[in-house]
Ligand binder design. Structure first.
Ligand SMILES: [Fe+2]
Ligand SMILES: [Fe+2]
Length: 475
């Protein structure tokens, strides 16, 4: 079951050839996908040979194969994690019953919506990143970008497969629409806000991969709990790919922090202006990027109190992060959770039914995970003997969704008036001149073993290769 059949046009481990109708439907979606990739995927890269990993097995030991591939020839495929024998539903009203291999009629609309919302983010990020290949700081980074891009493309395939296989005509229409909405398109934007923000520079890229791909991890992990087994298994396997995206984000930012520390050592100053003059990205600018990407990513978790989320949970469609490791009834009948809420000008903790706060629980798990990453960045500062520390802003800061959307909250968590917000906005969020400065550093550095001056090289290369390796061959 786990081995992947590569002799077929669409590699898969779902016995696609046994279902001719489905196979034909997906094969006819393939050319549309390829023309989307050509038009909105990484710009001007179709002839490049890229040292990529391709999934060859979904088991945890050694699932990937590394070799040079032209991206339009990447074997996008359909890979589900191995089935768990006699898997039982872990939460909600159906807890304890066998998982479903088909979509129950009464949950069809909800499941479709969950799958479409997840699926829409995958091609969106490829669109957002399409120009980054023109300015990568090294071949290593360029290759990592392309690896993420092809895997996000594959994640779209994963969701499109579910739509085609389980949702009939509506599913096929939704699959088409995935290629018709575009990131930042004023008429047909992507569904979620953070996926309509451009990714114009590599600081943004690394922050996006750290903060926004991490939202993906938490969404996928809660869908991996679903009673609808094909969705659960698809998401389970996507999570293994997603881990690499977050690694790229976290290590990318860490390498910038390291380089900035080296520059501050060299010039004997932490003055942002002097750091910039020496070709580095100052820590204050990085903090503003953190504030921005963290806050727009928090929005992706939705309302603090949500009947939709409660319904998904009760219906056993979408669970919590690591549901089985939580010690409770997994139905949330009487349980409560303390959540920060707005009370006039004050932010207070209120006890709420845990069932309605499922989004907030996932957001809290995400926040804790982000903090762990920041701690690792701060270790670099500590090691270099600097006092500066990165901090996550308050969860109410710069929010567009949920109860904090209508007020201004400072990074420290105080509700502030419009005047005070305006006075500080330049120090709290990236300004146009910050963005211009960061863009001015973005020059491609494509000589083997070389790297741009604003970022440190990685401690090791990919798949046992050194950093000085031709990870991308331009043809
Ligand atoms: Fe993804
Ligand atoms: Fe990702």
């Amino acid at each position: 079951m786990t081995s992947i059949n590569y002799s077929e046009r669409i590699p898969n481990n779902v016995d696609l050839s046994e279902n001719r109708r489905l196979q034909r439907a997906l094969e006819s979606w393939l050319p549309n996908y390829l023309s989307w990739w050509d038009e909105l995927g990484p710009e001007g890269t179709s002839a490049y040979d890229v040292y990529l990993r391709t999934a060859i097995d979904v088991s945890s030991d050694g699932w990937a194969h590394f070799d040079y591939v032209k991206m339009p020839e990447y074997r996008w495929g359909i890979f589900l994690a191995e089935p768990v024998p006699d898997r039982r539903i872990g939460f909600g009203d159906h807890k304890g019953e066998p998982v479903w291999q088909d979509v129950p009629g009464e949950y069809r609309a909800s499941l479709r919506r969950l799958i479409v919302t997840q699926g829409d983010t995958e091609p969106a990020s490829v669109e957002q990143q399409r120009l980054l290949g023109l300015t990568a700081p090294s071949l290593y980074d360029l290759r990592n970008l392309f690896q993420i891009n092809v895997e996000e493309g594959r994640h779209l395939w994963a969701m499109v497969y579910l739509l085609h296989a389980h949702f009939g005509r509506d599913g096929r229409e939704e699959a088409e629409a995935m290629l018709e909405r575009h990131s930042g398109d004023p008429d047909r934007p992507r569904i979620l806000g953070a996926f309509n923000e451009p990714t114009p520079d590599w600081l943004t890229m690394f922050m996006f991969a750290f903060f926004t791909d991490r939202d993906g991890k938490y969404q996928l992990a809660s869908l991996a709990e679903s009673a609808f087994d094909p969705l659960a298994r698809t998401c389970q396997f996507m999570l293994t790919e997603e881990a690499h995206h977050m690694f790229v984000g976290e290590s990318g930012v860490m390498r910038i922090v390291k380089r900035t520390c080296e520059i501050m050592d060299e010039i004997g100053s932490e003055e942002p202006e002097r750091v910039r003059a020496a070709g580095g990205i100052d820590l204050q600018t990085m903090q503003r990027w953190i504030n921005f990407h963290y806050s727009v990513s928090l929005d992706l978790f939705g309302q603090e109190l949500s009947t939709n989320a409660a319904n998904y949970y009760t219906q056993s469609l979408k669970g919590r992060f690591h549901e089985s490791r939580i010690d409770d009834d997994h139905r949330l009948v009487d349980s409560t959770m303390w959540i920060p809420m707005l009370d006039g000008e004050e932010i207070v903790e209120r006890e709420q039914p845990a069932l309605n706060a499922v989004n907030e629980k996932l957001r809290q798990d995400y926040i804790d995970d982000c903090q762990r990453g920041l701690n690792r960045w701060n270790k670099v500062l500590e090691k270099h003997g600097y006092q500066f520390r990165f901090a996550l802003p308050h969860r109410g800061f710069h929010r567009a969704i949920g109860q904090f959307a209508d007020v201004r909250v400072s990074p420290e968590g105080n509700v502030v008036g419009e005047a005070e917000w305006t006075r500080h906005a330049d120090t709290w969020l990236p300004t146009e001149s910050d963005r211009q400065f960061v863009r001015s550093l973005m020059k491609p550095c494509y000589e083997v073993g070389k790297i741009a001056g604003w970022i440190a090289p990685p401690t090791r290369g990919i798949h046992g290769n050194p950093f000085a390796f031709d990870y991308v061959r331009f043809n």
